[in-house]
Design a protein around this ligand. Structure first.
Ligand code: IMP
Ligand code: MG
Length: 181
């Protein structure tokens, strides 16, 4: 589907405001700082969706940490996950013996993050935990333990704060529902 054809779907209602995001992300950062003191964790941002969350989160974690990124692509630009995940770009460093925290924008069916967690666990890290901004729990198809969670949201497609629809709206500073009028 072309991007122009998709422009019929526009951000509609604000679901989570900038202030709510800031407060919750700060609390998640403080929890990570407490749990990972002296462990030099590696926070692995899942691009592109976790870009803004990661940027704000790490500023709220007041301990030494490293960052790395992975680019995952699930096929297709539809408003539902195809469940087929492709590793488009890998980490830049080994994670053997490291404490890893996956930083994800949203857990929907759970397929993406469970694929990623299994993939990282084969590299013999000391631990792998999941930090997700949003959980769309009603849609879960694969069981996932989310260790650090921002918000549970209803079964609606959302955009903004890093999340896109057909490549658009990642730059919104808040999270909005998508109106396909
Ligand atoms: P899952 O594999 O179904 O859990 O899908 C997770 C991925 O699908 C997320 O990392 C997002 O990139 C994308 N996704 C799922 N729901 C939404 C949404 O409501 N808005 C934007 N992207 C979404
Ligand atoms: Mg994502």
């Amino acid at each position: 589907m072309s991007r122009l054809a998709d422009l019929a779907a526009r951000p509609a209602r604000v679901l989570i405001t900038e202030d709510e995001l800031r407060a919750r992300v700060t609390a998640l950062g403080e929890a990570l700082a407490r749990d990972y003191a002296d462990r030099h964790p590696v926070l692995v941002g899942v691009l592109k969706g976790a870009l803004l969350f990661m940027a704000d989160l790490i500023r709220a974690v007041s301990i030494d940490l490293e960052t790395d990124f992975i680019v995952l692509a699930s096929y297709g630009a539809a408003t539902r996950s195809s469940g087929v995940v492709k590793l488009a770009s890998d980490l830049s460093h080994p994670i053997e013996d490291r404490d890893v925290v996956i930083v994800e924008d949203i857990i929907d069916t759970g397929r993406t993050v469970s694929y990623l967690k299994r993939n990282l666990e084969t590299r013999r890290p000391r631990s792998v935990k999941i930090c997700a901004l949003l959980d769309k729990i009603e849609r879960r198809e694969v069981e996932v333990d989310i260790d650090y969670l921002g918000f549970t949201i209803p079964n609606v497609f959302v955009v903004g704060y890093g999340m896109d629809h057909a490549g658009l709206y990642r730059n919104l500073p808040h999270i909005a529902t998508l109106d396909s009028a």
